[in-house]
Design a protein around this ligand. Structure first.
Ligand code: NAP
Length: 247
């Protein structure tokens, strides 16, 4: 197959959707993972396939906290688009709660979706990447994983774990010419922040040196760069795309 294949977890909405579009534009076949938003993922694949230079997009359902579903997603992707050479671990859930109110189930769910999913997806992608001595893994963390957010301890801890995973795995698979990098977005306009009222968003803008919150394209462009040949000497790094909120 002439086109390399990228798989984007949580590609149905928000940042993941923009990443899918970016990688498709860069000539990748793209597997769009979704869990609940089937209509949006299927519509996105159809939209991309209508204006293609030859590469293809497919929608693939999987709850990325479930090992068996991830295994099936990779098998389906390989059969339809070829082996995955770029894996974007974008899926994430967030929750605002006082630390003392977080239940054990909520803690476990946060780590299953935000961290275990990356462990499982990387385990599926790596055998082919190691065999062909080529592959790029891009993990989406958060600035809160760098500096911590009040009332989001489980979210912050899970995103800090993504940073640790990125660095350790980059060291381990670097000799196989596999790059593992991480993006730590600042506040980005998506459904994840739809609960914030306008005054809080305005306050966040004022706290940001560049005076604005980010767009999904701001993150997608960084993913596009890391997936490109221009980034071939970069691994184990954490890129803050945050308008200067964290330096
Ligand atoms: P979003 O708009 O809430 O979208 C979340 C995506 O994750 C959806 O595509 C959703 O798919 C998918 N998802 C959730 N649970 C899943 C599961 N169990 N299995 C498979 N897919 C699942 O979030 P976003 O703002 O685009 O965030 C994307 C990433 O950026 C996350 O890792 C987030 O933590 C990180 N981030 C976001 C911000 C921000 O300000 N928005 C800031 C820093 C970091 P379905 O709808 O199909 O279930």
């Amino acid at each position: 197959m002439p086109y390399p294949t990228a798989l984007v977890t949580g590609g149905s909405r928000g940042i993941g959707r923009a990443i899918v579009k970016q990688l498709f534009e860069q000539g990748y076949h793209v597997a769009i993972n979704y869990f609940h938003s089937e209509d949006q993922a299927v519509a996105l694949a159809q939209e991309l396939n209508q204006n293609t230079a030859g590469n293809r997009a497919i929608a693939v359902c999987a709850d990325v906290s479930e090992a068996l579903q991830i295994e099936r997603m990779f098998t389906y992707t390989k059969k339809n688009l070829g082996r995955v050479s770029v894996l974007v671990n974008n899926t994430g859930i967030a929750q605002q709660k006082l630390f003392t109110d977080i239940s054990e189930q909520e803690w476990d769910a946060m780590f299953a979706v935000n961290v275990k999913s990356i462990f499982l997806c990387c385990q599926q992608a790596l055998p082919d990447m190691i065999h062909y001595k080529q592959g790029k893994i891009i993990n989406i963390s958060s600035m809160w994983g760098q500096i911590g957010a009040s009332c989001e301890v489980h979210y912050s801890a899970s995103k800090a774990a993504v940073i640790g995973l990125t660095k350790a795995l980059a060291k381990e698979v670097g000799p196989s010419q596999i790059q593992v990098n991480c993006i730590a977005p600042g506040v980005i306009h998506t459904d994840m922040n739809s609960h914030l009222d306008l005054s809080i968003l305005h306050q966040l803008e004022e706290e940001t040196p560049l005076g604005t919150i980010g767009s999904v394209q701001d993150i997608a462009h960084m993913v596009g760069f890391l997936a490109s040949e221009h980034a071939k000497f970069i691994t184990g790094q954490v890129f803050g795309v945050n308008g200067g909120m964290v330096m």
